[in-house]
Structures are given as C-alpha cells and as structure tokens.
Ligand binder design. Sequence first.
Ligand code: COA
Length: 272
Amino acid sequence: MGEQAKREIEAAGGLGVRTERRGAIAIWTIDRPERLNALSRAAVRELGRLAREAAGDRTLRAVVLTGAGDKAFCAGADLKERRSMDEEDVRDFLPLYRASFGAIDRLGVPVIAALDGVAFGGGLELALACDLRVAASHVTLGLTETSLGIIPGAGGTQRLTRIVGEARAKELVLFARRVDAAEALALGIVNRVAPEGTRALDFALAWAEPLTRAAPIAIAAALEAIDGAGDRALDDGLSLEARCYERTLASEDRLEALAAFAEKRAPSFKGR
Ligand code: COA
C-alpha cells in the first residue's frame, strides 16, 4: 500500500468498508454510519481493491453491497472530507471513482446493491455501477449533485441515462430530484422493493441465492454481453453476444446442464 493510501485511511478514520462471507456470497458494507456512509477516498479505493480481488475468486458467485444501518446506503461524497480538498484534489479523485466503480461494474460476478437507506449523489452512482438494485420501502434516492454546484462525476450521467433514458435522466439530474422507492421502481432505477418491514439486505441475500447454483461462465458471459449492449450499434452488439456465447459453448457446465436435463436432476455447475 502506498503512502498516500495510508494517509487517506488515517484521515478517514479507517478503510470504511467491512466484508463478510456467507457461502458463495460476499457482503461488502460501507461502514461509516456517523457520516451516513459517505464515500471517503479510502472507502472508494477499498471498494475498487475488493472488486479487483473478487475478480480472481473462483468460489464467489454474488456480491451484495450495502451500507451500515437503516438510515443510509450512502450519502454520496464525503462532503466534510471534500472541504479539505482543493480543485486539483477533487479533479484527481475522479479517476479513482471511475476505476473503483468500473471494477465493480466489470466484475464478472453479479453485484447487487441493497439500499436500506438513502442513496444520494455518489451513493446512487455506486448503486448504478452494480448489476441489480434492491431498495427498502422507506428509502429515497437521487443524483443531487447539481444542487451542490457540480454534476455526477462517478458515472451517474452515463449509467442513469442507460437505465432510464435521456428525458428522465435530465429531469432527475437537472432538478436534483429525490425519488422514493416506489417511483425508483417505476423508473427502473431499482429492480425490486423489499416488502415493508424487510431489510433490503435480507431480501437481496435471498434473491441472490439461486445465483450461487447458476453456471458461473454463463453468468459472466451474460453480464458482459448485456453491459456491452448500451455502447454499440446492433451488429457490433450481436458480435459481442456471439463472442460471449462462444465461451459458454466451450464449457463443461453446458454439457453438465444437458446431462442433468436428460437425467431429470438439478445440474451441478463447476465454473469450468
Ligand atoms: N458527507 C459527510 N457527512 C455527511 C454527509 C456527506 N455526504 N451526509 C450526511 N453527513 C453527516 C452529517 O453532516 C451529520 O453529521 P453531524 O451530526 O456531525 O453534523 C450526519 O451525517 C447525519 O446527517 P444529517 O444531515 O444530520 O441527517 P438527516 O437525516 O437530517 O439528513 C440527508 C440526511 C442524507 C438528507 C442529509 O444528510 C443530506 O442531504 N446529505 C447530503 C446528501 C448529498 O447531497 N449527497 C451528494 C453528495 S455529491
């Protein structure tokens, strides 16, 4: 670890992210409740490190990313830390955001954001970098950056637009609108709202369970093909799909699925 990273961890009072493993599912918890789980530089760096490490873990089948407590998933950039940063520092921070959120986005294992509290600014951008989102029924969320005189700088303008379309993205960003869970569901920003009284984390863990039995090569290939869809003309997208399909074709898991079907039993996938 470099000297700068050490200084950042010390200044932020710790890494700000804790991890737990439940079988094939990892839980990453942003753990800075006194700042509503706002993102320090140290926490952003750590999330990127965890994603890069997870990419090499062949026993991992899903990640659930959440925030400590019921008040916030993540209240965005750490605005207290930000006050100690000059223009140059903030400019330098953006590539770190991009790298860490990109590592989460590109992780070939499904990442589910479980929102048990608010997600504003960078907090929502982080959730948007995940593959799927589950919200507790009481949460509100929004890309609120323009109310702070900036714009989303960790991928929000690009990822939100891909999810909800240009007109809705403009409305949400220009008005710095905060939407409740029901509206977020209607807009497609979250995939599921947990029933009242159920934690989004518990819902997400139960939801992720079938993924622990799914064929890992197929899941990774599907993620890559779908993630690539937004950036391409149809023909390019179809070529990407064909390349991703090819990886599944060469897998033992495909043959296992065919054998299991013939033998009327559940397949046992190995990720080979
Ligand atoms: N960065 C650093 N600290 C933050 C924070 C952030 N983004 N958001 C909240 N906190 C801190 C508050 O300063 C407060 O600490 P204090 O008691 O030492 O003053 C603590 O977390 C609790 O927040 P508070 O504002 O008192 O809670 P609330 O329930 O009244 O309001 C929010 C919650 C999320 C609505 C409000 O904190 C807020 O609007 N935060 C900024 C969200 C935002 O716009 N983020 C985008 C950043 S780009």
